[in-house]
Design a binder for this molecule. Structure first.
Ligand SMILES: [Zn+2]
Length: 310
């Protein structure tokens, strides 16, 4: 098994779109979506002789060793390891953890791709799925470039998540760290095992390719976009994180049964249990990413709808 799922090199110059699947090894939907999107690009010139791709799309498996085992991670959650100071130290380390080895390999591929293609900009799309149902949304930093791409995907955009998290791909893949024009966003396409999570991830990929003008709006069929439109009809277009409940294994955290993403919760509502007792919501809002799997650093997030500005 190779970390590089595939690469599509356009006939014209343009952006380098790097798409990660399985940054968490137990989330195969993104890998499948990247593979299928690459196949769609391969057949597009046959259906559409005028088709021209601008730039390059590169699909990568994030945590290859965890993906092979179907585990979220081996030593440490890779999507909490993208911290510049820690990564700078990897170079001088003799013994690397599994996830440090993953970072070293991913960065080597990313850097070589930038040197090879000299793109107009680099866009990172990190595809994830959640353990609970209904988790379909984009996460971005507060930079406009990423937010503009995310707004085009027919799913809620959740702001303020980066302040509540540490070491995600969006924290690391920035203009400052790469010394290159960069945008980065994460798309959560639904529940881990839901087959539609693959379709929704494909829709996000194609929307992203259109927004960054790698393809024309009329190129590459985006039939799966209707699934996203239908799903997001009743959801906020933009929401902001109010709170996240960080956990450690020793907390013995257990989410109460039956919570779904974007479900309304009230202040003082009992949401979960740990060894100290009941955990109650500190806010009125909506729940996001309630944890129903063993491994994870956050028990749940509380978000609130925010006014949508075009
Ligand atoms: Zn994930």
């Amino acid at each position: 098994m190779n970390r590089v799922i595939g690469e599509y090199i356009g006939t014209k110059g343009g952006p380098l779109l790097i798409i990660f699947g399985a940054m968490h090894g137990n989330e195969p939907a993104g890998v499948k979506a990247i593979d299928l999107a690459l196949k769609m690009l391969e057949v597009e010139p046959i259906k559409n002789p005028d088709f021209q791709y601008h730039g390059t799309m590169l699909g990568l498996i994030g945590n290859l060793s965890a993906y092979k085992k179907g585990e979220r991670f081996i030593n440490k959650d890779l999507n909490r390891c993208w911290i510049k100071d820690d990564i700078d130290k990897i170079k001088s380390k003799e013994i690397l953890s599994f996830e440090e080895e993953e970072i070293k390999e991913v960065l080597s591929i990313v850097k070589k791709a930038i040197v090879r293609h000299i793109p107009s900009e680099v866009i990172f799309l990190d595809l994830h799925t959640t353990s609970s149902d209904g988790g379909i949304f984009s996460i971005v930093g507060d930079d406009h470039a990423s937010l503009n791409i995310a707004k085009q995907i027919h799913a809620p955009v959740v702001l303020g998540m980066l302040e509540g998290l540490r070491g995600t791909t969006m924290h690391y893949f920035t203009e400052k760290n790469l010394n290159y024009k960069t945008a980065a966003l994460t798309f959560e396409s639904g529940q881990h095992e839901d087959p539609l999570s693959v379709n929704r991830a494909i829709a996000a990929i194609i929307t992203c390719m259109r927004t960054i003008e790698a393809v024309k709006p009329t190129d590459v069929e985006n039939q799966h976009d209707d699934i996203l439109k239908k799903y997001s009809e009743s959801l906020p277009q933009v929401a902001r994180r109010l709170y996240n409940h960080s956990i450690k294994p020793s907390d013995e955290f257990k989410m109460n049964e039956g919570y779904q993403n974007f479900q309304k919760v009230s202040k003082a509502e009992s949401l979960a249990m740990d060894k100290e007792g009941e955990i109650k919501s500190k806010h009125d809002g909506m729940i996001l990413m309630p944890l129903y799997q063993k491994k994870g650093d956050d028990g749940f997030f509380i978000i609130k709808e925010e006014a949508y500005e075009n």
